[in-house]
Design a protein around this ligand. Structure first.
Ligand SMILES: [Zn+2]
Length: 292
């Protein structure tokens, strides 16, 4: 429960940081007619949520014992991610559209003052703080791959530099920069929304599966087990629950099947680090002439 208390402790900090990396940029962009800053604010909001959802899903799946039904809870986490991505997606697209229409129908001119630079720099600082505080959760390797700290830092630094250059340009009267950067951030935003929705729907519909042939080759190579079939997997690419059918010699007593089943479980877990649980259904081997 160590991770649980850590996440509870940091949860409000995370939420606080998510809003601080995004809301000031959104408001500044909105009131000072800088559409790209507003767009980048929504993008930061979404990125912040993504990071916290990775932590949340991990926390949920690390719940034990099994009676707490961690898999069921992780569905809720993914459902949350789906709804947040969809919600931010719809709201941001509507508001950005509204800003663009307002801006071009009233010929509003973007305006930059020192507070714009301060907001962008503070937002980057808060984002890096969010990335840094995730370190305290200590992910296992699987989750670590999904949450790549150095990639996040690199991306944030690059985006901040681009944002600052944009502000300098607009301050010097190059208003076209707002259009160019709006398209730039907008494409990032849409890509992130779509990939989050796609990822959570794959999870929610249990579409992720393992290669049945590979699994069965492994299972059939275990002595006593043969004719592996009906391999099913549900979960995520880092947290899979597998069930499969296996035929055994009808002469084998139930008590003798236990070590075989255990071996199937352990070899699958050893070969696929994402496999968390294996359920084996045992069936008697078909005799020649059987029609079943
Ligand atoms: Zn079967």
């Amino acid at each position: 429960m160590y991770r649980k208390t850590l996440l509870e402790k940091y949860f409000f900090l995370f939420v606080f940081l998510i809003f601080f990396v995004s809301i000031p940029k959104i408001l500044y962009g909105y009131f000072y007619d800088i559409v790209y800053l507003e767009t980048s604010g929504y993008y930061s909001l979404l990125r912040g949520f993504t990071i916290v959802f990775i932590a949340g899903t991990f926390y949920v799946t690390s719940l034990s014992p099994n009676s707490l039904h961690p898999y069921g809870y992780s569905k809720y986490a993914k459902m949350g991610q789906f709804l947040v991505a969809l919600g931010i997606g719809i709201i941001s697209l509507l508001l950005i559209g509204h800003s663009i229409i307002g801006k071009y129908s009233y010929h509003k001119v973007p305006f930059v003052d020192i507070s714009g630079y301060i907001i962008v720099l503070l937002s980057a600082m808060f984002f890096l703080l969010l990335v840094h505080s995730m370190k305290k959760i200590q992910f296992p390797l699987q989750e670590d791959k999904k949450y790549n700290k150095s990639n996040n830092i690199r991306e944030e630094v690059a985006l901040t530099i681009i944002t600052l250059i944009g502000l300098i340009g607009i301050e010097h009267g190059y208003f076209f920069i707002d259009i160019v950067l709006s398209i730039f951030f907008f494409s990032f935003l849409v890509k992130e929304i779509l990939s989050l929705i796609w990822e959570s729907s794959i999870f929610l519909s249990d579409r992720f599966s393992l290669d049945e042939k590979q699994i069965c080759n492994l299972v059939n190579s275990i002595e006593g087990a043969s004719e592996c079939h009906n391999v099913r997997a549900h979960g995520t690419d880092s947290d899979l629950y597998v069930d499969l059918h296996v035929r055994m010699d009808p002469k084998i007593k139930i008590i003798q099947t236990k070590p075989i089943v255990e071996q199937i479980e352990s070899s699958l877990k050893a070969s696929y680090s994402s496999v968390r649980d294996v359920t084996v259904h045992i069936e008697p081997k078909k005799k020649k002439g059987d029609f079943i």
